[in-house]
Design a protein around this ligand. Sequence first.
Ligand code: ZN
Length: 370
Amino acid sequence: MLKAYKFRLYPAAEQKTRIEKHIGSCRFIYNWALEQKIKSYEQEGKSLSCYDLNNLLPELKQEYEWLKEVNSQSLQGMTKNLDSAFTKFFREKKGFPNFKSRKNPIQSFSVPQHYTVDFEKNVVKLPKIGEVKAVLHRRFEGKLKTATVSRTSTGICYISILVDDGEELPEKQEFSADTTVGVDVGIKDFAVLSTGEKIDNPTYLKNSMKRLKVLQKRISRKVKGSSNREKARLKLSRLHEKISNQRKDFQHQISSKLIRENQAIAAETLNVNGMLKNHCLAQAISDSGWSSFVTKLEYKAGWYGKNLLRIGGFEPSTKRCNVCGYLNSNMTLDVREWECPECKTKHDRDINAAINIKKFALQAQSLIVT
Ligand SMILES: [Zn+2]
């Protein structure tokens, strides 16, 4: 099975420059490839494959000599990434692929193969970059798949290495209504379970978020282009990184706990694009990074033979009474509690939704009949 290992890199100054070259060139290729795809579709109604695009790369390198300084497999990796962005767009109805901006806080490129990891010397050898110092705090064995080198806005570099340990994923365990839990994204809480349990965001994360608001205000008071503003910006970026790490840790804790305690977990695949139109929910969703949480549930379920049951974001999980099925169609976002006019059950909005998510998922598996 595939597992990802992430390590901090400590590139020397010259290696840093080469990493930047890779990042810039890969972003260039991605945007170029996206443009080619759009043009060819608009002008000839033809869809270019990543194979077609890779065939154009040698010509492009004649025009832009600096591309030759970069590992060509990393460049080809970008057309493959673009392909999967299009697959997501068509199959999963995710948004149309965007051009990559140099302003994105995290910049990265992939190294598909021909790199080595030395645990004794604590170095990773990357093509066209060389032996980079790393902190390899976890050993692994298996076949090296694609590695991704990333750089944060405060200049910290990481490498994430995908490793195939050659083992098969365990068989999926059986589950029933009793061993399945429904999880819903809460408006106030991080997540709400069908058992009635509410999982709040941890205090340390909330404190960081408060601090974020303070720093954002501070930055807006500094003169544009001044060194004080630059200092404040760096402080803010550092906090953003800290928050992202804290959130990741928390998501790991919660997802591991849910996987350990249940045979199956039902979760909603949110229609995030549709929901972002709503301002307050947009905050809640981007804050909790729901989709990255569901992704963690998904791969951990795979490792331990548990089941992740996804339901579409179009089922009215919030508005349906989980007891009698009454549809409370004029419910607004601010309603936290409601009473079902049909069966008189009193509902907590989020818990009712979590119970419905579990119910819909089990219905889809024909494990319960209504
Ligand atoms: Zn009811």
